[in-house]
Each structure stands twice: as structure tokens, then as C-alpha cells.
Design a protein around this ligand. Sequence first.
Ligand code: TYD
Length: 139
Amino acid sequence: MKPSIIELPKYLDIRGNLSFVEEDTHLPFKIKRVYWIYDVPGGEIRGGHAFKETQELIIALSGSFDVVLHDGEKEHRYSLNRSYYGVLVPKMTWGLMENFSTNSLAVIISSTEYNPDDYVRDFDEYKRLKLVQGDNIVD
Ligand code: TYD
């Protein structure tokens, strides 16, 4: 699987807009966890790791930030600044988040419960694991 942008429904309304995400309609995984990142000081970078099993959908619920993904060969930058789409991050994708705007709010919908053993925090180790696994198994 490759990273992709998932566009969510949006109901534009003069009373205020509404969007939603449904597990079976919009996601290729079952939701096990939702967490959010907020109050990020200017210039800070979050992430800098890959997950062996976890898949995620990252949405900029408020404000903006960049999600920078690396598949072991190429880097892709996704600038998120709307609450009705997100970037789907497959397992074994190296990623970080940066350029957080003031008061930005990132919500991350995750396919697993928190497990520190699922993290790969060393980029060389990540590239080695990608080579060993090959793209077929990573899918
Ligand atoms: P971490 O994933 O390392 O943050 P980032 O990748 O954005 O730099 O998580 C930071 C801390 O929060 C870490 O000590 C573990 C804790 N944590 C949980 O307890 N549960 C969670 O679901 C997440 C994402 C983190």
C-alpha cells in the first residue's frame, strides 16, 4: 500500500461545516485508537519513526502542518490544512510532522493500540527492515 490522501465528506452550512469519518466507509483498517497532538511550539518536529504494524490516518482538524513521509527510496510531503481530508500512512512508512501553525490540532486515527515495540526509531534500521521485507510483505 502507498500513502494517499483520503477525502472525507463535508457538509457546508452557514451554521458551520461538518465532516466525519466512518471506519468501514473511509478506512482500510479497524479503529483501535485516536490520539491528538496540540500546543506544538513553533519550529517543533513530531514523529521521526515508522511503525511495523500500525496504519494511521492523520487529519489537520485545525490549522496546518506538513506530514513528510519516506518509503525508503523517496520523500513525499503532504501539506494538510483542511479538516475534511487526511493522509493515510501505511505500515512501515517513515514519517514526521513539522511546520505546525499556531493553534494547529492534529488528530491521528490508528489501527493499533499504543505499543512501543511497534516503533522503528532508527532510519538506517528502517531501511534495512524495508530491504529485508520487500514491498510485497510490506503491503
Ligand atoms: P511518540 O509517539 O513518541 O510521539 P511523537 O512520535 O509524536 O514524537 O509519543 C510521545 C509519548 O506519548 C511517548 O512517551 C508515549 C506516549 N504515547 C502514549 O502513551 N500513547 C499513544 O497513543 C501515543 C501516540 C503516545
